[in-house]
Design a protein around this ligand. Structure first.
Ligand code: FA5
Length: 347
């Protein structure tokens, strides 16, 4: 016990003599470190008789607290005395800040826009918060038409407009078709590319409630399916690679006639559907679905102020997330939006 009192005196003297921070650090290690004097004394507690053990422990604790306080006081005293401005070496390289990068969807939107701009398409932008009229009625889907259910639309709580109906989050970029025809006063040539956010209440490996679509619209005299196929083939080769092909499969959309689904050949099996006699794991059939397309329905042209007796046109709409999935072989759309930087940094 007396030794503990003596040690406090010893520590006080040692600390009081310190003139440099390094000396204080050394004393701290010698007394309070893992193999320091205090810990050595703590280990001796098992040799202390039972009736004195409690007092021994208390004394040791007081010693530890006193040394800790004195070290802190002496440090403060030294800092005040020296009052040195820390040395800054301005020639050292700075701390690099982590660099941000564009999201892979932004990169794809820019890339796709450039591909279409090269062949004379104009990128336009139309409202995400839209009226029922532009999203449905102008596209040959009048009120109550069952085709509207395919889109499972999110409506906005706002007063309806007597002409344009309810306000909604647009479920597809086709809502830009009528706006573009009207913007040009029903006077083709029209070569529109509309890339925007769309909304549908879906959430699984291939669907998100918010997603991007890319809409193409081309209207002029003598426009036919060959032009459509040529344009989509050009896009597939520019974006996916020269060895990729597209194909059109008959389908139904209310706003195109005839209508198709567009497929692009699989990059793994090159459209064959098999690899070494086994079914391709990615596509199973040789082809992957890109989106919908077709010749613009005469009712839609008329509604946009374009004379269907003189002009014809085609339109397509594809999911941007899906296009990117097909380029890089991504198997779950949710990777785009869950904010995992390990995924996003790969692009
Ligand atoms: C349409 O939206 C039509 N407007 C496309 C169209 C335009 C046809 C012009 C004819 C002429 P569809 O509902 O099939 O069609 O959607 C097209 C693509 O959007 C789909 O192939 C898919 O890639 C993408 N898509 C649709 N819903 C979602 C969703 N919830 N999440 C992610 N992508 C989606």
């Amino acid at each position: 016990m007396d030794e503990i009192d003596r040690l406090l005196d010893q520590a006080q003297t040692e600390i009081g003599r310190c003139t440099e921070p390094d000396q204080i650090n050394a004393i701290e290690i010698a007394w309070l470190g893992r193999h320091g004097k205090i810990n050595q004394l703590l280990q001796k507690i098992k040799n202390v008789p039972d009736d004195a053990r409690k007092t021994y422990g208390q004394k040791l604790n007081r010693l530890k607290t006193a040394i800790t306080r004195q070290l802190a006081d002496q440090r403060q005293r030294l800092n005040k005395q020296t009052d040195k401005t820390p040395f800054i070496d301005l020639t050292l390289p700075g701390t690099p800040y982590p660099k941000g990068s564009l999201h892979l969807i932004t990169i794809a939107v820019e890339e796709i826009s450039r591909i279409f701009e090269k062949i004379g398409f104009v990128r336009v932008s139309y409202p995400e918060v839209e009226w029922e009229y532009y999203s449905f009625a102008s596209l040959n889907m009048p009120k109550g038409h069952p085709a509207r259910d395919d889109f499972e639309t999110s409506f906005i709580k706002a007063p309806a407009d007597p002409t344009y109906g309810k306000m909604l989050l647009t479920p597809h970029t086709s809502s830009g078709q009528n706006r573009e025809m009207r913007r040009l006063h029903g006077q083709p040539p029209i070569r529109m590319i509309n890339i925007a956010k769309c909304y549908r209440p879906n959430w699984d490996a291939t669907h998100t409630p918010m997603f991007f679509q890319c809409e193409g619209l081309c209207v002029d005299k003598g426009i036919n399916i060959s032009n459509l196929k040529g344009t989509l083939n050009y896009f597939a080769k520019e974006y996916f690679g020269a060895d990729r092909e597209i194909r059109l499969r008959p389908h139904h959309f209310q706003f195109t006639e005839p209508s198709f689904e567009v497929d692009v050949s699989c990059n793994l099996c090159h459209g064959r559907g098999t690899i070494n006699g086994k079914k391709c794991k990615v596509c199973k059939s040789g082809w992957l679905e890109l989106g919908g397309t077709g010749m613009v329905h005469p009712h839609v042209l008329k509604e946009g102020g374009v004379d269907p007796e003189v002009y014809s046109g085609w339109a397509f709409g594809c999911g941007i997330e899906r296009i990117i999935m097909m380029k890089y072989g991504i198997d779950d759309i949710r990777y785009y939006y869950n904010g995992d930087l390990r995924f996003l940094k790969k692009f």
